[in-house]
Design a protein around this ligand. Structure first.
Ligand SMILES: *[C@@H]1O[C@H](CO)[C@@H](O)[C@H](O)[C@H]1NC(C)=O
Ligand SMILES: *[C@@H]1O[C@H](CO)[C@@H](O)[C@H](O)[C@H]1NC(C)=O
Length: 230
């Protein structure tokens, strides 16, 4: 009787233990592959982020499991590149609460906007994923070095645009000068040429006008001077 009770107790215990072991696989990390794609990334080189600008990453989740999951949020930290536990900045957490279906792929955007002087830093991005029983799994999206750089390119663009405007203004000024001073001279000269028939003269004038106006900005062509002369 006593022996049977002990045996039953032992059986019950092992049954409970088995049940808990059987329940454990539910908390196994989901079978999800995650990749982060950086803007303008070059294969084999450390990804580069532009300081102060919106760097839009594309995060791809591949669920190879048989159950639906949920991507709740992505959080991130910037750390010293030689010591990832030394966090310099916390990045904005993005909340998605998007379903990641079984055997499917999901692409989510993640934007990093941060002012940092040009340097190499450690970047860690974690996604919080939950399964059907609301177990949370922090999963690594990215955990490696990136380079922050100053937005040199945009400065260069601004300078180029300024240069173009300056050149356009100089040409416009030259155009106005030539129309006012040189053009009347050549017209007078052609009038004095006796060997030209009136038709030839008109043709020559038309030709010189076309040549003249070729490089003059559109809005100057219809100036009152031009119409008066014709
Ligand atoms: C980042 O956030 C954690 C907790 O959320 C905080 O303890 C830490 O001080 C923050 N670090 C920086 C550099 O802001
Ligand atoms: C990220 O990488 C660093 C250095 O390689 C490592 O110490 C750290 O544990 C990693 N973090 C995660 C969340 O995997």
């Amino acid at each position: 009787m006593f022996g049977l009770k002990t045996t039953l107790k032992a059986l019950l215990c092992s049954a409970l233990l088995l049940a808990s072991v059987a329940a454990a696989p539910a908390a196994d990390a989901p079978n999800v592959g995650i990749t982060a794609e950086f803007p303008n990334a070059i294969e084999g080189l450390t990804p580069s982020l532009i300081s102060g600008e919106s760097n839009k990453l594309k995060v791809t989740f591949r669920n190879s499991g048989k159950t639906d999951l949920k991507v709740n949020l992505i959080i991130g930290t910037i750390s010293e590149s030689d010591d990832f536990s030394n966090v310099i900045r916390n990045l904005t957490a993005y909340r998605y609460a998007t379903t990641l279906k079984a055997d499917a792929t999901l692409i989510l955007p993640y934007t990093i906007t941060m002012d940092l002087p040009s340097r190499e830093v450690g970047l860690t991005l974690l996604a919080d994923i939950t399964d059907s029983t609301k177990n949370h799994f922090p999963m690594v999206v990215y955990n490696s070095t990136v380079t922050f750089s100053e937005p040199i390119q945009s400065w260069f663009d601004a300078q180029l645009i300024f240069l173009y405007i300056l050149i356009a203004c100089i040409f416009a000024a030259i155009g106005v000068f030539f129309k006012d001073s040189v053009a009347p001279e050549s017209k007078k000269a052609s009038k004095k040429t006796p060997s030209m028939t009136p038709e030839e003269r008109v043709a020559a004038e038309e030709k010189s006008k076309i040549l003249d106006e070729d490089w003059i900005p559109e809005h100057h062509k219809k100036s009152p001077h031009a119409t008066k002369r014709r």
